[in-house]
Design a binder for this molecule. Structure first.
Ligand code: 26Q
Length: 818
């Protein structure tokens, strides 16, 4: 048909080829013979983007339709990963594009490799937002993801001499073909200054904010394609710029350098993504970033609502706004300010709307990670918002006192303002007072949330609490990253599982009993391991054997995630081999990956530990290839797509109660890895789903952890009473792995022996025993493969499509399309 061959939108091989050549000429002004690999990548990206504009118009219509509720997903992070491969899959043009590119004498894989991934997030929270954008689009829910267009995303990691070296992430260096610049939708954002009373034209006393800085937010839109559906989601990211205000020019006549200075300061706001775990540094900029994108987002949503021809009192019928953790929680005060100050609405009416609009997702119970802003500092940057928060708090505490007269303890525990010591604003309280729903990200996490951090809120508002267990998108994490597995699944059960994962994927379960299918399954995994081995060689120089057990821990480096417990297992095996060089053990390749926050010294020392242990173990002739340890540098979405499909054992070994959910655990299982894990986060639900017999469980439960703290935890006792543990710890103390600096790991080891806040020593023996069982189980490949198939078959619940359906039903009150 003619439309198939249209060079702007057709999906035939000829149309795609023509479109690429057209873009080389009309968009890039390049001669094909002179075009670089990047030129071809950009031409292809434009070609693919063209094929989303038709879908985009459908979404614009949905957004303009006053009957349809729109999701505004507010997140300081969106860890999208590369767009090209995902778009080819979702648009259904992967094969034709590969052919078209081949006809031009190019290889699609080279063009895919050319894309710099937008790393606009730290880890789980940012990647969750990206999976949710995919599912929202695929389910046909009109959605705008609002965030910051950081000029520099998460740093890229190099490993030099076994240590992390951070490099700035210049992802925009060669331009970004996926985004549409929308200067006509710019917003202005104010900072600082003071507030004052005034009489409006109707003679009423009102408040206005007289800021001392104004900047401009300019949106850039990126389409997020649905899977095989003419729909997209819009990721709207804001860049900060200087305003070109007349006032400003008038007040600064001739002051050219001051004007340039203003421009630099204004552009700083969206300059760089903050790594987590660095609570103390650069605070002002972090708060300015949060307020900046939140204010732009709300102004934008109000604009959309008014375009629908509706009055502001129905704003909550147009938008459901999700706060991805407390990073955007200032939105509560900003919406109140916009409604009351700017749009002259009555406080109570504005509050009703605000309460109906917002809901809040909590992602952590770690007290050090709960956001708090010191009052004077907050008031200096956002004086009007401080007043509004006081008013919200005043009215809220009155309600609390009515609810529990005389209980001053309760009121002070619930207060948005923390009065103890340095007075500060508890952002989780602000979000909880305003949100009509508060959700945790796994069943266990939601339960602990309502018993610990938000206990008093749960006592007075139990109905606000809901659980929505995280999920991940099978499009990126299976179809795109594991084409071999996707092909095998398709040959067995067709392709409906891709967007009906919950209903369809379990259909492969019976095939676990089919020996021929198990053989195919093993061939797929073997192929993925060989591919990863090649990449490991290229990136690290290490040779790894694809016939060994691939034991993988990839995630941010943090003490609570206990990468060093994994290292204690490696050292234990190493000691066993040294004692008995002929020991018959299951050969393993230990693969680690993950970034440490630049200011987190202990996490950086763990990276050095992994590399130093690896250097000695990998070189020791006694080990004779039975153990290999590699640290895969710069773990990010792109690298993750190569790693998860090759994994056989997934390490999910956080101290019980510390990992809110985890999402890597789901990606591994969906790709046929078995899990060794604690009863933490979503591990609990994964184990229930795949069956306890198909999951390697070890370690203390949350209750046992609390109990042990209560009784008085003495880590040194475990060291003294366990010879195997003592031997491992002593070898690390001895400098065996750090001959150039004997005491290198003393800070880490002393922490373990004296405090051990994450109870590694308490869990050590259970972990080792469990690993020994795994080593034995791996020797029965038929049985292992059976379990692997059953793991995939029973992962239906962990598609982000299921999560988004639950958000729509229990939180956003959206029915259509889903
Ligand atoms: C806060 C203040 C200042 C600077 C940075 C931050 C900051 C930034 C990012 C704090 C935390 C984060 C990220 C948190 C995160 O990724 N949490 C993870 O969220 C996942 C999705 O719900 C869960 O699966 C993980 O368990 C949780 O650790």
């Amino acid at each position: 048909p003619a439309t198939e061959n249209d060079a702007r939108s057709g999906n035939s091989v000829a149309a795609i080829r023509k479109s690429i050549l057209d873009h080389i000429h009309f968009s890039q002004a390049r001669l094909p013979v002179m075009a670089t690999c990047n030129d071809w990548y950009v031409a292809l990206a434009y070609t693919v983007r063209d094929r989303m504009f038709g879908h985009w118009m459908n979404v614009v219509q949905a957004i303009a339709d006053p009957q349809r509720k729109i999701v505004g997903y507010l997140s300081a992070e969106f860890l999208m990963g590369p767009h090209l491969g995902n778009a080819l899959i979702n648009l259904g043009i992967h094969d034709n594009t590969r052919a078209a590119v081949a006809q031009l004498g190019l290889n699609l894989d080279d063009l895919l490799a050319q894309e710099e991934e937008p790393g606009l997030g730290n880890g789980g929270l940012g990647r969750l937002a990206a999976c949710y954008m995919d599912s929202l689009a695929t389910l046909g829910v009109p959605a705008l993801g609002y965030g910051i267009r950081y000029e520099f995303g998460i740093f890229s990691q190099e490993i030099r001499d076994g240590r992390q070296v951070e490099k700035t992430d210049k992802w925009l260096r060669l331009g970004n073909p996926w985004e549409i610049h929308r200067p006509e939708l710019s917003c202005t954002v104010n900072f600082g200054g003071r507030t004052e009373w005034f009489h409006d034209e109707r003679g009423r006393l009102r408040i206005r904010w007289i800021p001392n800085r104004v900047i401009k937010g300019v949106p850039y839109d990126t389409p997020i394609p649905a899977f095989r559906k003419d729909f997209i989601g819009i990721l709207r990211l804001w860049k900060s710029e200087a305003v070109e205000s007349f006032d400003f020019q008038a007040f600064n006549v001739g002051d050219y350098y001051k004007a340039v200075d203003e421009k630099v300061v204004s552009e700083t706001v969206s300059k760089v993504l903050y790594p987590n775990d660095e609570p103390e540094i650069g605070k002002t900029l972090r708060l300015a970033q949060q307020y900046f994108f939140v204010s732009c987002a709300l102004q934008d949503m109000i604009r959309v609502h008014l375009i629908r021809g509706k009055a502001l009192d129905t704003f909550h019928e147009s938008f459901a706004v999700q706060l991805n953790d407390t990073h955007p929680a200032i939105a509560v005060a900003e919406l109140m300010r916009l409604l009351v100050d700017e749009h002259d609405m009555d406080w109570c009416e504005a509050w009703t709307i605000t309460r109906n609009v917002f809901s809040y997702t909590n992602h952590t119970l770690l007290s050090e990670a709960l956001e708090k802003w010191p009052l004077p500092f907050f008031g200096h940057l956002l004086p009007r918002h401080l007043e509004i928060i006081y008013e919200i708090n005043h009215r809220f505490l009155e309600e609390v006192r009515r609810h529990a007269p005389g209980d001053d303890g309760l009121a002070s525990r619930l207060s948005i303002i923390d009065e103890g010591g340095q007075k500060s604003i508890r952002m989780a309280h602000l979000a909880s007072v305003a949100g009509h729903r508060i959700n945790g990200v796994a069943e266990l996490h939601t339960k602990l949330l309502s018993r610990t951090v938000l206990r008093d809120f749960h006592a007075i508002y139990p109905d606000r609490f809901v659980n929505v267990t995280n999920g991940v998108t099978p499009r990126r994490w299976m179809v795109l990253s594991n084409p071999k597995l996707a092909g095998l699944l398709e040959s067995a059960i067709g392709d409906r599982w891709i967007c009906r994962f919950e209903e369809e994927i379990e259909k492969i379960a019976p095939l676990a009993d089919d020996p021929a299918f198990r053989n195919h399954w093993r061939e797929v995994k073997r192929g993925n391991k060989a591919d990863l081995a090649g990449l490991i060689h290229e990136r690290t120089g290490n040779t790894v054997d694809p016939d060994t057990l691939f034991d993988v821990q990839v995630k941010r480096i943090h003490e609570y995630k206990r990468q060093h417990l994994n290292v204690l297992h490696i050292v234990t095996l190493y000691n066993r081999i040294r004692r008995n060089p002929n020991l018959d053990i299951t050969p393993r390749t230990f693969i680690f990956g993950g970034k440490a926050a630049p200011g987190y010294a202990m996490a950086k020392l763990i990276i050095k530990l992994i590399n130093d242990v690896g250097a000695v173990v990998n070189r020791d002739p006694d080990v004779a290839g039975r153990l290999k340890v590699v640290f895969f540098p710069n773990f990010n979405v792109k690298n993750g797509q190569m790693i998860y499909p090759a994994a056989e054992l997934s390490e999910q070994i956080s101290t019980a109660g510390k990992e809110a959910s985890g999402t890597g655990n789901m990606k591994f299982s969906m790709n046929g890895a078995l899990t060794i894990g604690t009863l933490d986060g979503a591990n609990v639900e994964i184990r229930e789903a795949v069956g306890p017999e198909n999951f390697f469980l070890f370690g203390l439960t949350v209750d046992q952890v609390n109990d042990l703290w209560g009784r008085g935890y003495n880590p040194r006792r475990y060291y003294e009473e366990n010879a195997q543990l003592r031997e491992a710890v002593d070898l690390l103390y001895s400098g065996h792995f750090s001959p150039d600096h004997q005491a290198r790991f003393v800070p880490l080891l002393d922490t373990l022996l004296n405090h051990d806040p994450y109870m590694l020593l308490a869990d050590y023996q259970a972990y080792i025993d469990c690993q020994d069982q795994i080593a034995a189980a791996y020797r029965d490949q038929e049985h292992w493969t059976r379990i692997s198939i059953l793991n995939v078959a029973r992962m239906g619940r962990f598609s982000s499509d299921r999560s988004i359906r639950e958000y729509c039903k229990d939180i956003w009150r959206i029915r259509q399309g889903v």
